[in-house]
Design a protein around this ligand. Structure first.
Ligand SMILES: [Zn+2]
Length: 417
């Protein structure tokens, strides 16, 4: 397997990656734009976009912002609301795997920043049915979350006639350099289906399964005609603001003091703390499918932002990559879905990438390659970035130390089992 000579990404990155003649990946090359673009000028461009969408009557929202109890939610809402003075409607898809901490963070977000919020909570029975199917077809326990998070904001834009949706970073641009910042790529149905939804739309679930139109309706992207009639447009802030999630979190933590936490399979303590599984079982599944996990994503990001050397990044990958899922989180998921561990891993094994995994004659899986074996590839020194600062992630204190965090919280106290 070919690995980038600057960051740690492998050639089998599921979003697609290319390498130049120095062995540097397309993601690293596009990332270089962050240090040369005129971000002040790009911010003015964003002002113009926002001005065009401000509600003329003053009676409707100016834009929609998808949020959660983690990721860049605080930064995005703060920036849009307080820096660019837009009046947003926040929308959140309840992913069902919520930690107490995530629910609290979402509560800080809606009360401290001052914005209205709409929540989509799909019936647990439907979510479980969809998850059983997405595990079987795609080996994904997270598909309903990804689709719900992507579709609910677009449905809300149509329903409330608020045409502008504001997203944070574009993964295709930020991770693999599929687009340049100069392309100012916007949300499209096609990208969503091919990459975020792994090629499967909600309607595809119905065929031959115990699921019907009504079950999948909350996950269906609105029809093109509906999008056109409202003029729905989705922009990514990372095209207009120099994106640095770690720095953004640290700025926001000073103002809003939300909670961060240790993660099971990565060193980043800021993103994805609202979910039991994202940096745990879900990420372990990613590793079993592609041969690398979130620690690689986070190390690549920090190498490009000059806070880790390539070698320090590999050390972190080595520390987290092979970590098994936390047994309690795994049991929680199996119990919730009502399946056996063997069933889960059979589905995953069927989707392992044969470029990095091989089943030996004794039935055990062998990882054929990893960036750990590529510490000293030729050409690394000539494309190396100079580290400028240390990479430390802080943990903020829990606001509720008495509640043991060992079960999903649907929303507030809405969960009945
Ligand atoms: Zn790279």
């Amino acid at each position: 397997m070919q690995y980038c000579t600057r960051c740690l990404y492998p050639g089998n990155h599921p979003l697609g990656i290319t390498f130049d003649d120095q062995g540097v990946c397309s993601g690293c090359r596009v990332h270089e734009e962050k240090d040369v673009l005129d971000w002040e000028e790009r911010s003015q461009r964003l002002v113009k976009i926002f001005d065009a969408f401000r509600s003329r009557s003053g009676r409707n929202y100016d834009c929609i912002i998808p949020v959660s109890g983690a990721r860049d939610s605080h930064f995005i809402v703060h920036t849009v609301r307080h820096v660019y003075k837009m009046r947003p409607l926040l929308v959140t898809y309840n992913k069902h795997y919520n930690t107490q901490l995530g629910i609290r963070n979402l509560a800080y977000l809606r009360s401290l920043i001052g914005a209205d919020i709409l929540t989509s909570t799909i019936s647990p029975q439907t979510v479980k049915k969809m998850t059983r199917i997405s595990l079987k077809k795609l080996a994904s326990m997270y598909w309903h979350c990804i689709v719900g998070q992507a579709v609910f904001p677009v449905q809300t834009a149509v329903r409330f006639k608020v045409p502008l949706i504001v997203w944070g970073a574009h993964q295709g641009c930020d991770q693999v350099g599929m687009y340049s910042h100069l392309d100012e790529v916007e949300m499209t149905r096609r990208y969503r289906k091919d990459h975020d939804f792994m090629g499967m739309e909600a309607e595809d679930l119905i065929q031959g399964e115990d699921i019907d139109d009504r079950d999948v309706k909350p996950f269906c992207y609105p029809h093109d005609k509906e999008l056109e009639s409202v003029g729905v447009r989705g922009i990514f802030l990372s095209n207009y603001i120099r994106w640095d999630t770690k720095r953004q979190h640290e700025d926001m933590l000073k103002i809003y003091k939300y909670e961060t936490a240790l993660q099971h399979r990565t060193f980043d303590t800021y993103n994805d703390v609202d979910c039991f599984h994202y940096s745990d079982l879900h990420d372990y599944i990613k590793f079993l499918k592609w041969g690398y996990g979130k620690a690689t994503d986070h190390a690549c990001r920090e190498i490009r932002l000059k806070r880790l050397t390539r070698e320090e990044g590999i050390d972190l990958v080595e520390k987290y990559q092979n970590k098994l899922p936390d047994p309690e989180s795994l049991a929680l998921f199996l119990n919730w879905l009502g399946i056996k561990k063997e069933e889960l891993f059979d589905d995953i094994d069927a989707r392992r990438d044969p470029r990095v995994w091989k089943k030996r004659s004794d039935g055990q899986w062998q990882l054929l390659d990893s960036v750990i074996n590529h510490r000293r590839d030729s050409g690394i020194d000539s494309v190396r970035l100079t580290k400028k600062e240390d990479c430390e992630f802080s943990i903020t204190p829990s606001k509720d130390p008495w509640i043991k965090d060992d079960q999903y919280v649907l929303v507030g106290r809405g969960w009945v089992d």
